[in-house]
Design a protein around this ligand. Structure first.
Ligand SMILES: *Cc1c(COP(=O)(O)O)cnc(C)c1O
Length: 395
């Protein structure tokens, strides 16, 4: 096994390490406090109170009421549940408006819904990853059930103007769901006076465990559950609660809220230090979505003349963890759907890499990663001297 001491982890949009405070808080619910929160005796009721506290903490992170939080098994389930609910509310409204850059947890769901007869309109983005709000608004019809648009993009970090989308949705009397799985814990979210109808988050993207998430459902919005059975989660999500993970999500939300300022200053500075150094050190490099409003922790590079999956393998040997925008699947190079939607050239999409930081990264890690990355890119270019690198000479 590769231990975490051996790696430099720059893939925090894929998942994050657990905050030690989170583990400490969740462990007793796997050992001592194993009661069922629905049981009538005190040994169960104490567990119910732990879930209530977690709900309050998640609500505090989102600036909403605890009663508006539904715990789910992951972020994907929360996104699926929001769309499924909207489609069940009115049989005459079976149209979804979404975007070309959504996570597969929304995008693939919409593809399947469209095969089942639901109408799906996919709104595009410009070269910086920004959404065209006029195009979004003109896609809405009296049959539209819901708009689903992410708050922060997992590949580029680009932020959508969700409050503006919520305003359009309110005016047109359409529901609005936002996948805030990358946004939650990284940028401030205040839902109290918002007209966003639903929002999803996931614990493992904010230093909590995998396999637990939450769906915010505005108290004025109707909701139809996807999972039916017991009356857990106020009849909005049946199934005995994953108590330890819910407790952990609550603690992770509390820690994230305390660290929000750190994210905006120290994590942003780490990302900026990395970005500036790579642009300086590596000719033919550019930042995708770099001129858009972005998360403080994410950068997405294109390196001219390289294949990002090859770079990923070489970085892996140096124990640097990051993501490639292209993957070689069954012999063909498949490049990022998000970057293609941003109209990147094939070469730009094939040579793209994402680096995402967290409060557990250090300046020393950033500097070492830049050093190794610059060597890896140079090595790859030397291996394929035929690679065209038009910008390289100019930079
Ligand atoms: C990770 C992620 C998801 C999926 O969340 P899971 O908890 O892994 O199911 C959905 N949307 C975005 C933007 C993500 O980054």
């Amino acid at each position: 096994m590769i231990s975490r001491e051996q790696i430099i982890y720059l893939d925090n949009n894929a998942t994050t390490q657990l905050d030690p405070a989170v583990i400490e808080e969740m462990l007793p619910y796997l050992t001592d406090y194993y009661g069922n929160p629905s049981s009538g005796y005190a040994f169960g009721a104490q567990v119910r109170r732990a879930i209530d506290l977690a709900r309050e903490r998640v609500a505090a992170l989102l600036g909403c009421e605890p009663g508006e939080i539904v715990f789910t098994s992951c972020g994907t389930e929360a996104n699926n549940a929001a769309l499924n609910s909207a489609l069940q509310l009115d049989p005459a409204r079976q149209h979804i408006v979404t975007t070309a850059v959504e996570h597969s947890a929304t995008f693939r769901h919409c593809e399947v819904l469209s095969k089942r007869g639901c109408l799906v309109t996919t709104v595009g983005v410009d070269g910086e990853g920004n959404l065209d709000l006029e195009e979004l608004e003109s896609a809405l019809t009296p049959q539209t059930a819901i708009i689903s648009a992410m708050w922060a993009n997992n590949e580029t970090g680009v932020l959508f103007p969700v409050e503006k989308i919520a305003e359009i949705a309110r005016r047109k009397r359409v529901l609005f769901h936002t996948d805030a799985i990358q946004a939650a814990g990284k940028i401030p979210i205040r839902l109290a006076n918002s007209t966003i109808n639903s929002l999803s988050l996931s614990a493992h993207k904010l230093h909590g465990p995998k396999g637990v998430g939450a769906l915010y459902v505005n108290k004025r919005s109707a909701f139809r559950p996807s999972l039916l059975g017991g009356s857990q989660e106020n009849n909005r999500r049946a199934g005995t609660e994953n108590v330890a993970s819910i407790v952990a999500l609550g603690k992770a939300a509390e820690c994230a809220m305390a660290a929000l300022e750190d994210e905006e200053t120290r994590v942003r500075a780490l990302r900026d230090r990395f970005e500036t150094s790579v642009l300086e050190r590596v000719p033919g490099s550019s930042v995708n979505g770099g001129r858009a409003a972005r998360l403080p922790n994410t950068t997405n590079f294109s390196f001219a003349g390289i294949q990002s999956d090859a770079a990923l393998m070489m970085l892996d040997r140096e124990r640097i963890c990051c993501s490639a925008g292209s993957a070689c699947r069954t012999g063909a190079i498949e490049s990022s759907r998000v970057l293609r939607a941003m109209k990147l050239s094939d070469e730009g999409a094939r040579g793209s890499m994402r680096f995402s930081f967290s409060r557990f990264n250090t300046e020393a890690e950033v500097d070492k990663a830049v050093e190794i990355l610059a060597q890896v890119i140079a090595k790859l270019r030397a291996l394929s001297p035929a690679a065209r690198m038009p910008e390289a000479a100019a930079v």
